[in-house]
Design a binder for this molecule. Sequence first.
Ligand SMILES: [Fe+2]
Length: 195
Amino acid sequence: MSDTTSLHPSLAAFIAESRAIADSIDDPADCVIAIAPLMHRLVGSADEFLQPNHFRSEPDHYTRNAIHICPSGNFSLFALVWRPGQWTQVHDHGSWGVVGVVRGMLEERAYMAADGEITADSGIRLKRGGIVLLNPGAVSTFVPNPDHIHMTGVADNHETCVSLHLYGRNMDSFHIYDVAAGTRRMINVPHQDSD
Ligand SMILES: [Fe+2]
């Protein structure tokens, strides 16, 4: 997954250009501004480079199919497949991220920390924020500190969604939140390898 020489040219170009941006821009907010147009271009050519293994899905939960995971630990790209009614838990990422929708409609529901930046795993007051509905071609971004806390998924009555997710680290763990209890905990997150 770290070797880009065998990738489709549009995917290889996206990875090379995004990595160059991530390596040269320290501020995550500036980083996602620079990468968002690249993701917009990438989702437009997704049908050319996505392989059957990127469309793998599971009946009982959304599926994370790895496209490229950089061994340096500061960059990872996934194709996520969401069958109708499949959602994440409320979570953060501890990283910047850029999301692009390939097919279907992805819904993001935002949560806001009522007391500012979260520094402990309990006593967390989250308020529900707005939602966005992302059609094919749409791009969404987020930055850490304070983390963009959200849940993402596809409504029961919609078609399966496929989306591309680029993160500024190997996204193999993140916090999930129990909103009612006011707590969070770190979980390890599995993914399907690309080969
Ligand atoms: Fe997320």
